[in-house]
Design a protein around this ligand. Structure first.
Ligand code: B12
Ligand code: SF4
Length: 511
């Protein structure tokens, strides 16, 4: 039903108390080369995790994946209207880089429908809640940290108090929420980490088209999470702080869920969203054994520390039996000195051994390397390439130091000159800090040359044809092709945006 000005009636209707709400979860329309040309789009697990408790409490929930479907703001607004939305909740995995587009979408929604309550969550708003609420009236509330309980309590409160009260509602009892009380910003006390991670339903049913989420040419993929948190304290990372402490799900319930997803939705590949699933060897080996015993025939991929791979040398065959195809290792550097400086609590030797152990078990390794941990010069870049060749991981994931303000490294570098102020490029794939020793163009092409020489190394090219396991061979070829696409897309993006920047600078100078 439409009102006289053509808007759905529900959008403007005052809610009586105790009503259920219409909640639209929006995965923000961030366009990224990594997903479009590289690994493919993956489902927004964080939104499914907050959707579950909302559904359980009887609210009507819908997921709009604007990133995966490349939706324009106008298309998003059309869905907001057609769904007669009461509350919009927005986020994106690439939280900092998606921040500008989250704000843009919320602004567009508020401009047309000021009565819709807007809730923002995820890593970036968790740490910048006060600044965001002060600056952007289109954001009504920010959920800090884990969202399951906070969002459910919030929506229940809104339903009970009635939306017609506007900013007069009282949300002071909801832990983990930042909001405005008559214009004043209120930060409710933080919420304690969730004790029982199996307590909340994950809203898998909100996925309408599973075929949109695929990985490595192996069919449908799902992101799943066994544990939260990390017991390490790397200085450039904020994830150990975000989840506060390491916790894990019940092993059997977790594997039941994998099996159910495999049977119900034909999911072939699972990404583990865990920071550190291997924290306790006995727990981790029971997860692997449980999956292996069920003979699910699935593919698995996770981020695992090199040190833990070396520790688990005696159970790596169970990794393989469970379905591990890929392991991402955040090695970050090629010197022990830098490892100590960034509190990596690992060593160059661990990384070297881990790659070889994985290869013995036919598991592919992707090695992360961060440029900018020291002032890069042609010499440090050359040393990096040599060190990376020595590690000999199957693929290289070249990253740039990204000093998020909430990390120890971000604090340490808070006065360092920032080259890239546009937050959408704060995604680890763009240079952020100025480096006095190399211009941005030189650094960019030096990194591209490293990527190129690394992946075109004859030893690695040979493996594309000689890998024994046919699934691994397929994966190698798929990854190689998509790395090539990403490589050229990033060069194209750099050249076009660089020209644009120069053009803008020229115009400013002329004014
Ligand atoms: C798996 C993963 C990927 C996968 C799959 C992504 C996907 N679509 O799921 C791939 C490899 C594709 C990927 C890519 C990227 N990723 Co990633 N990724 C992860 C990882 C390991 C898990 C994500 C996840 O599902 N977590 C589990 C869920 C449950 O956690 P959550 O999303 O934080 O959600 C909880 C709360 O934040 C909150 N919440 C979340 N959303 C919302 C929304 C609302 C409204 C509310 C109220 C609450 C709320 O409640 C949730 C439940 O408690 C995380 C690290 C981590 N463990 O979180 C990095 C991480 C999220 N990725 C990160 C980044 C930067 C990226 C990239 C930008 C990297 C790149 N160079 O391109 C891209 C962007 C991808 C894109 N365009 O979609 C960073 C983000 C940091 C930041 N400040 O922005 C992280 C934190 C890694 C890190 N150590 O820094 N990623
Ligand atoms: S980088 Fe990895 S190991 Fe280090 S604190 Fe972050 S999640 Fe933990």
């Amino acid at each position: 039903m439409l009102t006289s000005d053509g808007k759905p009636a529900r959008l403007y209707a005052c809610h009586s108390k105790e009503e259920t709400m219409q909640i639209l979860l929006i995965n923000a329309p961030l366009q990224s080369i990594v997903c479009d040309q590289g690994v493919g789009h993956q489902l927004p697990l964080g939104l499914l995790m907050i959707g579950g408790p909302l559904l359980e409490r009887g609210h009507t929930v819908r997921l709009l994946d604007a990133a995966c479907h490349h939706l324009s703001d106008a298309e998003i607004i059309r869905t907001v209207e057609a769904f007669a939305t009461d509350v919009v909740m927005i986020a994106h995995v690439g939280s900092t880089s998606a921040h500008p587009c989250c704000l843009r979408v919320l602004q567009a929604i508020k401009a047309l429908h000021p009565g819709i309550v807007t809730v923002y969550g995820g890593v970036h708003p968790t740490y910048h809640d006060r600044a965001i609420l002060m600056q952007y009236p289109e954001v009504d509330m920010i959920v800090r940290g884990e969202g399951e309980q906070t969002t459910a309590d919030l929506v229940d409160q809104l339903a009970q108090q009635g939306l017609e009260q506007g900013y007069a509602y009282d949300l002071s009892t909801i832990e983990g929420l930042s909001w405005r009380r008559r214009g004043e910003i209120v930060r409710n006390p933080a919420r304690q980490p969730i004790e029982d991670l199996d307590r909340y339903h994950i809203a898998w049913e909100l996925i309408q088209d599973w075929d949109s989420y695929q990985a490595f040419g192996l069919g449908r993929a799902a992101v799943v999470q066994f544990s939260r948190g990390c017991p390490h304290f790397c200085t450039y990372c904020g994830q150990w702080m975000f989840w506060k402490r390491w916790r894990h799900r019940n092993v059997k319930k977790f594997v039941d869920e994998l099996a159910w997803l495999h049977d119900r939705y034909a999911i072939q590949f699972f990404w583990l969203a865990d920071e550190n699933p291997t924290t306790l060897k006995d727990i981790w080996s029971s997860v692997l054994e449980e999956i292996a015993q069920r003979n699910l025939c699935i593919g698995l991929c996770a981020s695992i520390r090199a040190q833990d791979i070396v520790r688990d040398a005696d159970i790596l065959h169970v990794y393989k039996q469970a379905g591990f195809l890929y392991i991402l290792m955040g090695v970050e550097t090629v010197t022990d000195e830098t490892m100590t400086k960034i509190r990596k609590e690992s060593s160059v030797d661990d990384a070297y051994k881990a790659v070889r152990l994985l290869r013995q078990h036919n598991i592919l390794s992707i090695v992360d390397y961060i440029f900018g941990l020291e002032y890069e010069t042609p010499r440090t870049i050359w040393r990096g390439l040599r060190g990376l060749h020595r590690y000999d991981g199957d693929f290289l994931n070249a990253l740039y130091l990204t000093p998020h303000a909430w990390t120890p490294m971000g604090q340490q570098l808070k006065d360092a000159p920032v080259y890239e102020t546009d937050l959408w490029r704060w995604d680890y794939r763009h240079q952020i800090l100025s480096i006095p020793t190399l211009s941005p163009t030189k650094l960019f092409f030096a990194v591209k040359i490293v990527e190129c020489l690394y992946h075109l190394n004859p030893r690695r090219l040979c493996r594309l044809f000689t890998a024994r396991d046919p699934r691994v061979r397929k994966l190698l070829r798929f990854s190689f092709w998509h790395i090539t696409l990403t490589f050229w897309s990033e060069i194209y993006q750099f050249i076009t945006s660089h020209r644009w920047k120069q053009h803008e600078a020229k115009q400013e100078n002329q004014l």
